[in-house]
Design a protein around this ligand. Structure first.
Ligand SMILES: [Zn+2]
Length: 198
């Protein structure tokens, strides 16, 4: 079974150790869960496949999605499209070991947040300051964003300095956390407080 091994960072033809098929009682969707072994690093992985219709009479199992360990993170629908696109591209850069490009795309996600809130300042530093002033981000998130901005500059400019794999991973995590704070958790908290008031 073809699955992406997160240890080898490659698609591998894994050996199936155990499999279980089930049907969702609500929507009658068929799933297949597979417990597999990576042929290269010998570590275990768990994949999930869905039975999908490919033509009027033909159904097939789709490609396995790894659900353990380190499952693919799905971005919350409340994160605006341009921000999501920048994060997706940053993830792709990280996967292809393009760490400078990853830092640049994380910076782009921040720029998209600024344009979402229509900041007047064109430069990112000023835009972030405006978000802080408006109370959209707090001081801690501003510090994270500003550190991210400086790394974006390292990634974007023709200097000797390079972004390491470890830093690139952290930048991605910060970007996700900033987006969760700005778009997901803040809205959730507002809705929660509204319910309390009723
Ligand atoms: Zn492996």
């Amino acid at each position: 079974m073809i699955i992406e091994c997160n240890y080898c960072e490659a698609k591998v033809d894994a050996k199936i150790l155990a499999q279980h098929e089930e049907v969702d009682p609500q929507d009658e969707f068929r799933y297949k869960i597979s417990f597999v072994e990576c042929p290269a690093c010998k570590r275990s992985l768990i994949g999930c496949q869905e039975f999908v219709q490919i033509s009027s009479e033909k159904w097939e199992w789709d490609d396995a999605t790894r659900v353990w360990p380190d499952p693919k993170k799905y971005l919350d629908w409340s994160i605006p499209g341009p921000v999501q696109a920048a994060i997706e591209e940053a993830n792709l850069c990280y996967k292809s070991k393009a760490y400078n490009a990853c830092a640049v795309m994380c910076g782009r996600a921040l720029e998209c947040i600024c344009s979402e809130y229509k900041t007047k300042e064109k430069a990112l530093h000023g835009g972030l300051k405006e978000l802080l002033k408006k109370g959209i981000i707090d001081k801690k998130i501003f510090e994270w964003s500003d550190a991210l901005r400086l790394h974006r500059n390292i990634g974007a400019h023709a200097t000797e300095e390079k972004i390491s794999r470890e830093d690139s991973r952290d930048l991605l995590d910060f970007t996700n956390a900033i987006c969760d704070y700005v778009f997901v958790l803040s809205k959730k908290f507002d809705a929660f407080m509204k319910r309390r008031k009723k």
